[in-house]
Design a protein around this ligand. Structure first.
Ligand code: FE
Length: 277
């Protein structure tokens, strides 16, 4: 009798284990089958991600964003105001030292400062994904970047002229000028006419155009308008009023006439040689 009871108990345990296993399998199948519906129901209560939303921004605290911006600022190249290759008074009497000092230390310095600021703001925009000011920033990049480049060339394009004699180019540069403009005098007339006629603020540039294989004169407005892609500036003259007004007032033609005495043709020739490589 005792043995039969033990045998019955074993059968019941075995049946219970089988039933438990069947229930477990059914439960697992049910979970797997309903998982997509459960996920959809769960997700319906969440705020959807907007188009263009930066996930990194959502995860970053304002402090983290500022810290990353500072790091990126340090990583980016800082533009610097180049030193003048002569003293303030060395370009007299053609270029007065007051104007030269203001022009270099204030005006050019401001373009460098704004260029660095623009680069910082662009780095910040990339980091935060906020491009609300992109049109403004791209404009200030072109304006201040071109201003920095042209002023840097302008300073080295000039050299003191204590002898007071008009200087002219020589060698390959002189040959190329004759080839492309007919003569040095013809080039000088075209360049001066362009400089005098710049509307408002701007520059006149002699540049080497690699794609065309020739020298060209450009009449640039502000620092960045009316250029030709790919041209390499060799000789530039600033005809913004800040460049000459203290001494020459509204007499821009007189400024141009005197500026020719300062042209450093050795620097122009060196730039021509580098541009043609
Ligand atoms: Fe200037």
């Amino acid at each position: 009798m005792q043995a039969r009871l033990v045998a019955d108990q074993k059968i019941e345990d075995k049946n219970f284990a089988i039933i438990l296993a069947i229930f477990t399998i059914i439960f697992a199948i049910l979970i797997a089958a309903t998982e997509p519906f459960l996920s959809a129901a769960w997700g319906a209560g969440k705020k959807p991600i907007q188009q263009g939303q930066n996930l990194k921004l959502v995860n970053n605290s304002p402090e983290e964003t500022k810290k990353r911006s500072r790091e990126m600022k340090q990583e980016s190249t800082k533009y610097e105001l180049p030193a003048l290759p002569y003293d303030y008074n060395e370009l007299e009497p053609y270029y007065d030292q007051e104007t030269l000092r203001l022009h270099h230390d204030k005006h050019h310095a401001a373009y460098v400062k704004e260029l660095n600021l623009t680069e910082e703001k662009l780095a910040e925009a990339r980091n935060t994904g906020d491009y609300a000011l992109i049109r403004h920033l791209e404009r200030t990049l072109a304006f201040n970047g071109s201003g920095h480049i042209l002023h840097s060339i302008f300073w080295t394009n000039m050299a003191p002229n204590p002898e007071g004699r008009l200087r002219t180019p020589s060698g390959a540069l002189a040959d190329q000028i004759t080839r492309d403009f007919g003569s040095f005098e013809a080039f000088k007339k075209q360049f001066s006419a362009a400089a005098i006629s710049v509307e408002g603020s701007g520059w006149t540039i002699l540049g080497w155009m690699p794609e065309f294989g020739k020298l060209l004169v450009l009449e640039v407005e502000n620092h960045q308008n009316q250029t030709l892609w790919g041209i390499k500036p060799l000789l530039v003259v600033d005809v913004w009023e800040h460049a000459y007004y203290l001494r020459y007032q509204n007499r821009r033609a007189e400024w141009i006439e005197n500026w020719w005495y300062l042209v450093n043709w050795d620097d122009v020739a060196k730039r021509f040689e580098q541009a043609r490589r």
